[in-house]
Design a protein around this ligand. Sequence first.
Ligand SMILES: NC(=O)C1=CN([C@@H]2O[C@H](COP(=O)(O)OP(=O)(O)OC[C@H]3O[C@@H](n4cnc5c(N)ncnc54)[C@H](OP(=O)(O)O)[C@@H]3O)[C@@H](O)[C@H]2O)C=CC1
Ligand SMILES: CC(=O)[C@@H](O)[C@H](O)COP(=O)(O)O
Ligand SMILES: [Mn+2]
Length: 390
Amino acid sequence: MKKVSIFGATGSIGQNTIDLIARAPDAYDVVALTGASNIAQLAEDAQRLNAQLAVTAHEHLLEDLRDALSGTGVEAAAGPQAINEAAARPADWVMSAIIGAAGLAPGVEALKQGATLALANKESLVCAGQLMLDTAMAHGATMLPVDSEHSAVFQALIGEDISAVERIIITASGGAFRDWPLEKLADATLEQASSHPNWDMGQRITIDSASMFNKAMEVIETREYFRVDPSQIEVLVHPQSMIHALVGFNDGALMAHIGPPDMRHAIGFALHHPNRTHLPVERLDLAKIGSFDFRAPDDIRWPALRLAREVMARGGMAGAVFNAAKEVALDGFIGGKLRFPQMAEIVEDTMEALFPDNGVIDAAITLDNVAQVDHLARQAAWAAITKRAG
Ligand SMILES: NC(=O)C1=CN([C@@H]2O[C@H](COP(=O)(O)OP(=O)(O)OC[C@H]3O[C@@H](n4cnc5c(N)ncnc54)[C@H](OP(=O)(O)O)[C@@H]3O)[C@@H](O)[C@H]2O)C=CC1
Ligand SMILES: CC(=O)[C@@H](O)[C@H](O)COP(=O)(O)O
Ligand SMILES: [Mn+2]
């Protein structure tokens, strides 16, 4: 039996992972499931999957979790430290699907115990790509991409020589406001931004798709995971979200990965790697679909893409600044303190405030240093929001 743990089990990726695992209960021994606010879901899944341990990120919810699990034999724990300890419990395969920078430390912990880390949490690579790769290498652990574009690139590269790669093209749906007149964006509501044209995902990544911050993060993720030069990474707007990525080789060939917009493909691929197995996803009827559309991304509509290029040019912990600022700006929009286009302004203000401080950004990429930079960037981003509000 494969020992598995799922971090962020109550979220969109976590639930898709559980869907796959619950279809073959005899194949998996569930070690730990983690969540945050959704105690009922966490307890239900932990009991149903017969997990050893369930952990909520919120210490004040420990009693609720204990009550929900009473008599089931599942251990309960709470708090970020308990999540890290859960990640250190021996497992063969660990899904990293906590949202945000909070996913970094448990991911590192899972790599340290030599597990295969299925990485949905792109923030880990944006904030500390080198640390993740070094930790995996030092402990003989494997890191498999789960983000749909990066899973697609990984699959297109199987059996290929990375030195023959000329370019990596990741596609972008364009999100909720792809075709909106630019002048209307300032009036975009939270509800409108929280609706993705193709994918069913958590609210935060859905809004990031609309602002293109999701793709900006993914450009950095591509650089960190595949170690190509930033100039080799392209973004292509593809409204159907069926071609997830393309790899261009030095003989002019483009290898495209095509599939339905269903994360169970990328999750299932990582779960069964290096084998392929039957997965319960739709089979595309290309004759019925008829055609695919493409267009170049527009830097005016989506300034996040330009900011990602600045982050890669800056290097060091610029990614940690970018991610923290983006998380705060998103909180500002969700909390009604910012209009939709102001999120990019806050991220840019924060980068301007922190990037000149070379000592901070250029420190070694360790968990402690990333946490410090993350804290400074969040302070700067909130200050930028307050300045705008006042
Ligand atoms: N959704 C998707 O299809 C895709 C997602 N990803 C990436 O996967 C990750 C998860 O995304 P998604 O599933 O959409 O997110 P969701 O918001 O749906 O789920 C987030 C999960 O993280 C938990 N959580 C929230 N805050 C904390 C915290 N501070 N500490 C620990 N756990 C916390 C939530 O718990 P609770 O719900 O109980 O509060 C939930 O289990 C993100 O990094 C995202 O970028 C990448 C590609 C596709
Ligand atoms: C499913 C997935 O991988 C998401 O990250 C997806 O890429 C979001 O869609 P966008 O292309 O709109 O960002
Ligand atoms: Mn993606």
